[in-house]
Write a protein that binds this ligand. Structure first.
Ligand SMILES: [Zn+2]
Length: 230
């Protein structure tokens, strides 16, 4: 009787110590519940055209938005690892046919000074660094290098709520290559989420202005529809 009682106390304490509610939706099922997992479905595929291949892994959803924002704004390691895994998957698919390439430069989309100050870190640069390390650990034919060479040099307003044309005008001339790239290896542009592609277009423009070779872009998450994300 006493033993049973003590056992029930132990079980109660354990459930407190190992709180396993879903980090995304709060469901008590598990740390990353089945429903959220189904929304965050790994499926690295090409979403861009032949001329400029863009590879994305997870389809955009409310769950995906929550995962990315928690990694980006709150620096949660669990969700950041989810983003990195999908990013690596997208880069692998993008480089699968590039057997002739031995080195690739991964160039992150730059964050604004304001965003970096708010977060206390540069999210896209951080995930690009980790992705390069992970890819190098399991790929012997290609070496990946994180090269944060782009910077925002023009004041841009928040993209949310802008039309496609307004986004284009807002971003035109906003990015510049600010660091010397002592490498002729082709570039893959890295972003966490691609929605309309306007940011990506500006990055391509800035890199090509310096006659750099851009192989394509890779992102963890993408939507074909126009969705708003910070
Ligand atoms: Zn959940």
């Amino acid at each position: 009787m006493l033993l049973k009682y003590l056992d029930s106390i132990r079980a109660g304490l354990e459930s407190l110590a190992f709180d396993s509610s879903c980090i995304i939706c709060g469901s008590i099922e598990s740390e990353f519940c089945t429903r959220c997992r189904a929304d965050w479905r790994s499926n690295p595929r090409l979403i861009g055209g032949e001329r400029f291949p863009v590879c994305a892994s997870v389809p955009y959803s409310e769950t995906a938005r929550t995962i990315v924002l928690s990694a980006k704004e709150n620096g949660v390691k669990f969700t950041r690892d989810l983003v990195v895994t999908e990013l690596c998957g997208a880069i692998r698919v993008l480089t699968r046919e590039s057997k002739w390439i031995s080195k690739i430069n991964l160039v992150p989309i730059p964050s604004s000074r304001k965003a970096r100050a708010r977060r206390g870190f540069d999210f896209i640069s951080q995930v690009t660094n980790i992705a390069a390390k992970e890819l190098n650990a399991d790929n012997e034919s290609i070496r990946f290098f994180a090269r944060p060479i782009l910077s925002i040099t023009k004041r841009v307003v928040d993209q949310s709520g802008l039309t496609e044309l307004q986004r284009h005008e807002n971003l035109l001339g906003a990015f510049q290559v600010v660091k010397r790239l002592n490498s002729t290896a082709p570039i893959i542009i890295i972003d966490d989420v691609i929605t309309t592609g306007s940011t990506l277009r500006e990055a391509v423009r800035a890199l090509k202005e310096r006659n750099l070779t851009v192989l394509g872009a890779a992102t963890a998450c993408a939507s074909q529809r126009r969705l708003l994300i910070r």
